[in-house]
Design a protein around this ligand. Structure first.
Ligand SMILES: NC(=O)c1ccc[n+]([C@@H]2O[C@H](COP(=O)([O-])OP(=O)(O)OC[C@H]3O[C@@H](n4cnc5c(N)ncnc54)[C@H](O)[C@@H]3O)[C@@H](O)[C@H]2O)c1
Ligand SMILES: [Zn+2]
Length: 321
């Protein structure tokens, strides 16, 4: 079910720039989709940067909270939510979009294939889009240590719920039950028709593309096919988003992992969690618009840090300091 209230997914239109003026917490109260835009985190007087004091993980910035030890805050948490983005899968060989080697960083024009207007209006855009998925690294990718650590934590310690912006299915392949993974932006596994309810495995559609049918049409109604992912300008599934908000609000620890946090409404789940009292930990190499409200910001490699964070929840020390 798609919610009209939730509005279309957007990269960074004019309305976004206007909304940059409000705080992250204020932004979370809106259910309209937008982008958080490109912004360095504000370092207001109540936000302090302190040296890491934790022996296992190294907070590089602590905001809004007393400088307590991060492992103390994680130990024993019963519900851990992880909002994951493309950065959790780069160690699996799947490029992100906005990182230094990101697809859109290297080719800003590639983003045009991901707006619904362009995709529906222009066969050349669709051909480029489908050719891009054919032979894409995502089909060969295996889960990495970060995916596995979250799945293991759910088996061994806390209840883990993953709210993912990714469409690669790697959390489930790492062993996390499908019902515990909320795919906010859909999945590449299946492809749907824009003109009728037909759905197909994407592998079948890609086989047609490989045979030269590079703007594949629906065999039932000749409508336009698109993978079951949310393009910019399309609506998120309102049911999935509602469940994600409830998980964020109920979580004790909320990890934002490998996301530039520039795409709304997914990014605002950080604010939902922080407002409800969760310990918000941002793990990302680059600054994000939500760093300023995070309890801890870790700029290390995800595949190293996430297993350490998960170990901290169960009280296991992974490596000597
Ligand atoms: N794997 C996938 O399924 C995949 C891949 C690319 C894009 N996407 C989609 O595109 C959109 C992109 O937004 P996004 O915020 O998820 O990604 P993004 O590309 O905007 O940001 C990724 C962030 O991860 C950081 N990062 C990358 N590798 C890292 C590592 N090993 N350690 C630490 N930090 C690392 C980068 O610095 C960057 O800030 C999402 O909506 C997602 O649906 C999905
Ligand atoms: Zn159809």
């Amino acid at each position: 079910m798609r919610s009209r209230l939730d509005g279309p997914l957007r990269p960074w239109p004019k309305t976004v720039r206007l909304r940059m003026a409000v705080s992250c917490l204020d932004r979370a109260s809106s259910s309209r989709c937008s982008s958080a835009g490109r912004r360095e985190p504000s370092q207001g007087s109540h936000h302090r940067a302190v040296a890491g004091t934790d022996p296992v993980v190294r907070p590089v910035a602590v905001a809004n909270l007393p400088p307590v030890n991060l492992t103390d805050r994680l130990r024993g948490a019963r519900l851990v939510a992880a909002l994951t983005g493309a950065g959790i899968s780069t160690a699996s060989g799947v490029p992100d979009y906005r990182g230094p080697d990101g697809v859109w960083t290297r080719d800003p024009g590639a983003m045009t294939a991901f707006t619904v207007e362009n995709f529906m209006a222009d066969a050349a855009v669709r051909r480029k889009f489908w050719r891009g998925w054919l032979g894409h690294a995502v089909w060969q990718a295996q889960p990495n240590a970060a995916h596995r650590a979250l799945a293991d934590l759910d088996r061994q310690g806390a209840a883990v719920r993953v709210l993912t912006q990714n469409v690669d299915g790697l959390h489930q392949r790492a062993g996390l039950a499908a019902r515990k993974v909320l795919e906010l932006h859909g999945t590449l596994r299946t492809t749907r028709c824009a003109g009728c309810p037909a759905r197909f495995p994407t592998s079948e559609v890609l086989a047609r593309v490989e045979r030269g049918d590079d703007d594949p049409a629906c065999p039932a109604c000749a409508g336009i096919l698109q993978p079951d992912i949310v393009l910019f300008g399309q609506l998120l599934d309102g049911d999935v988003l509602g469940r994600a908000r409830r998980v964020a609000a109920a979580s004790e620890v909320f990890l934002a992992v490998g996301s530039s946090l520039q795409v709304e409404p997914a990014a605002s789940l950080c604010a939902v969690a922080a407002r409800a009292g969760a310990t918000l930990v941002v793990v990302n190499r680059d600054p994000t618009p939500y760093d300023a409200i995070a309890a801890f910001v870790l700029r290390d490699d995800i595949e190293t840090v996430v297993p350490e964070l998960c170990a901290a929840v169960t009280g296991t020390r992974l490596r000597p300091t």
